[in-house]
Structures are given as structure tokens and as C-alpha cells.
Design a protein around this ligand. Structure first.
Ligand SMILES: [Zn+2]
Length: 147
């Protein structure tokens, strides 16, 4: 059985399905033929090599909120290095301080050493004249699992 590649509505590849499954998707009108075998038909359809979803499917692994925030997760993501000076991190710094509404989110927290954490205090990096070595991001499940 030939495998047919399924693309999301934005052309991002999702997974492969059997030809039979792909034809069922065409029949149910949830997908359209994106690329076909030349001069071959299956029923009324060109023989699909690639089908594309009609409506966009949100995929957890690409666009989801990702793993829940945790202190351990931030340390793992940042390789246990201070986001400001690169030394061993022992704490977490809130980029926008908690006292000013900064939340426990992946993008608002970096691993930090005590020295940098105390130096920064209740200020933003810009106010404290400190530069982040990295742009904090939401880690993938995969990246966290590898650390
Ligand atoms: Zn530091």
C-alpha cells in the first residue's frame, strides 16, 4: 500500500497515511489532492501522492503551549548556565520581576546565578544594564527530554 503524505492547510507536513485512508479523506472533503501521480486515477481522483487538509489543524508538537513551566525545566533549557554571565546557575531570574507583574512563563524566566540575580534585583535587564545571552523561548518536549 502506497503511503500518502498529509500536509496541514499551511503546507506543514503532518504524517503519512495509507492510500485508502487518503481517499477517504478526499471523499469526506477534509483534504484535497496536493500532488498526484501523473496520468493515474483512483475513482474520480488523481492518484494522490500528497494531500492537503482543507482546514488548519493545530498540532501540539509544533504550535501547542509545550511543556508546563517549571524551575527545573528552565534550568534544563538553559543548560544550567546563568542567562547573564554564563556561570553555574543556581536560581531563576524573572526578566520582568514578579514584583512588577512578571509571571512564571518560559519567556519571562532564565536560569541565573545568585550574583546576577541579586544585582538585577527588581529591575528589567535594560534598567540594570545587563544583557541576556539568550532569548528565552518555549522549549520543545524533545529538547527537555534530551537534557
Ligand atoms: Zn550570572
Amino acid at each position: 500500500m502506497t503511503a500518502v503524505l498529509v500536509l496541514n492547510a499551511d503546507l506543514g507536513p503532518l504524517h503519512r497515511v495509507t492510500l485508502r485512508h487518503a481517499v477517504r479523506m478526499l471523499l469526506r472533503e477534509v483534504a484535497v489532492v496536493h500532488e498526484s501521480e501523473p496520468d493515474r486515477l483512483i475513482g474520480v481522483y488523481p492518484m494522490p501522492k500528497v494531500v492537503r487538509l482543507v482546514s488548519y489543524v493545530v498540532t501540539r508538537w509544533r504550535f501547542g503551549s509545550g511543556p508546563a513551566w517549571s524551575r527545573a525545566g528552565v534550568h534544563a533549557r538553559d543548560g544550567r548556565r546563568c542567562g547573564y554571565c554564563g556561570k553555574d546557575a543556581t536560581t531563576i531570574d524573572h526578566i520582568l520581576p514578579r514584583s512588577r507583574g512578571g509571571r512564571n512563563t518560559w519567556k519571562n524566566t532564565v536560569a541565573a546565578c545568585m550574583v546576577c540575580n541579586q544585582r538585577k534585583g527588581d529591575r528589567t535587564p535594560a534598567e540594570a544594564g545587563m544583557v541576556l545571552r539568550l532569548q528565552p523561548s518555549v522549549p520543545t518536549w524533545h529538547a527537555l527530554a534530551q537534557r
